[in-house]
Design a protein around this ligand. Structure first.
Ligand code: LMR
Length: 397
């Protein structure tokens, strides 16, 4: 029976990892999949995580099952960073209105959010495009209709009109999926004023808000990057927040994420959580424990937390320097609007390159990037940025 299946193309982004590995040119540059790299081009385990993992080995007494919700200590330890601690807004749980569960990475959280939305009657999801390609794949796999709107303007700012009209035109049975910060793939985020407008529009609309927060702390800082999430949740009765620790704790292959739900009051949380538990049980039963437990060991210890905050700060400032270096080359490579990169955030930027130019960068210059023209800013460093700019000049000529 299985011979009825037609072959599927490999995921284009993940296929790049293998193509890059197979290239033996010494000066190759990997701007493909979204992993942070140091100035030396490495993706080391965070020192804070190494320390957390060591503490886990020393202290963990059992690996017995926890349940579909995973490690709630991990889930709760993240909440002050995401939702804030201000007593005026009800603290990290917004007066008991927010609860969460651990998921296998941010992907698991997005999948669970979409699945529970579907179970609640959602049939269409509005989303700015381009987006992380797996968003569309997840929605398609769940038979949810994706209604796209343009996320960014050609000048490299957010297309606020498009998101506001998508929200205003949405009907009961619709959800809207927004990136909380460090938009993947464009790096184009909403300003505070724009988030204020989005929150007000959502409050006036029947649409269910789903926020995907996969790069928290990699834009301007943990507090600053949480502005949109807090503003939106502050305006609504209910919302879903998918969270990933794969980038901001460097946990990638350990698959560390969480899904949070805001309900209109604490009593309304239980039936929603029971659905999330049932969906998780049917999908992966329980999330993998190790990564979430290591993150918990970091967040439960002041010294390890400070190590983590310092490492995050280093990542952020290094990526800012790369952005500034590229923006300063704007005049050298006209037509790519490199100047806009300085005002964008996170790991990614999109360059308006043609398929042929992207292929020439790979074939002639050993530079690997997504077929969409997305580059991973963190793949650039002091030792390869000049080569990258020279290659851009060569293919753009
Ligand atoms: C990316 O966009 O490169 C990352 O989020 C990795 C992935 O899973 O696609």
């Amino acid at each position: 029976m299985l011979d009825r299946l037609t072959a599927q193309a490999p995921d284009a982004l993940l296929a790049l990892i293998k193509m890059y590995a197979a290239d033996d040119r010494a000066d190759k540059i990997d701007l493909g999949v979204g992993v942070y790299r140091t100035n030396e081009g490495a993706t080391p385990v965070f020192k804070a995580i190494k320390a957390g993992e060591q503490a886990l080995i020393d202290e963990q007494q059992s690996k017995s099952y926890l349940g579909p919700e995973g490690d709630l200590g991990f889930v709760h330890a993240l909440m002050p960073y995401i939702f804030g601690s201000d007593p005026a807004t009800g603290g990290p749980t917004m007066d008991g209105r927010i609860e969460g569960m651990q998921t296998p990475g941010g992907t698991g959280a997005v999948r669970l959010a979409a699945a529970v939305a579907k179970a609640a009657g959602v049939t269409r999801i509005h989303m700015g495009t381009p987006s992380w390609p797996n968003h569309a794949q997840i929605l398609s796999d769940l038979d949810l209709e994706l209604v796209g709107f343009g996320h960014a303007t050609p000048e490299g700012a957010a297309n606020i009109k498009a998101v506001l009209s998508a929200i205003r035109d949405a009907r009961d049975g619709d959800a809207v999926l927004l990136h909380g910060c460090c938009h993947n793939p464009t790096g184009v985020d909403y300003t505070h004023e724009e988030w204020d407008q989005i929150a007000a529009a959502l409050a006036d609309s029947p649409v269910l808000a789903i926020l995907d927060v996969a790069y928290h702390g990699l834009g301007h800082g943990l507090e600053e990057d949480a502005y949109g999430v807090r503003r939106v949740l502050g305006a609504l009765d209910e919302a879903l927040v998918a969270y990933s620790c794969d980038k901001n704790f460097g946990m990638y292959r350990d698959r560390v994420g969480a899904l949070y739900v805001l309900a209109k009051d604490a009593g309304a949380l239980d039936p929603i959580l029971s659905n999330l538990n049932a969906l998780a049980r049917a999908s992966w039963s329980m999330p993998p424990d190790h990564g979430g437990a290591a993150v918990r060991m970091v967040l439960e210890d002041e010294g390890r937390t400070q190590m983590w905050l310092d490492e995050l700060e280093d990542m952020r400032s290094r990526m800012r320097r790369v952005r500034e270096r590229l923006a300063a080359a704007d005049n050298e490579v006209p037509g790519l609007n490199l100047a806009a990169l300085a005002d964008q955030n996170g790991l990614f930027a999109m360059l308006p390159l043609s398929k042929e130019q992207i292929a020439a960068l790979r074939d002639d210059h050993a530079i690997y990037m997504a077929g969409s023209g997305r580059i991973n800013i963190a793949g650039l460093h002091a030792g390869n940025t000049d080569k990258f700019i020279a290659a851009l000049k060569a293919v753009a000529a």
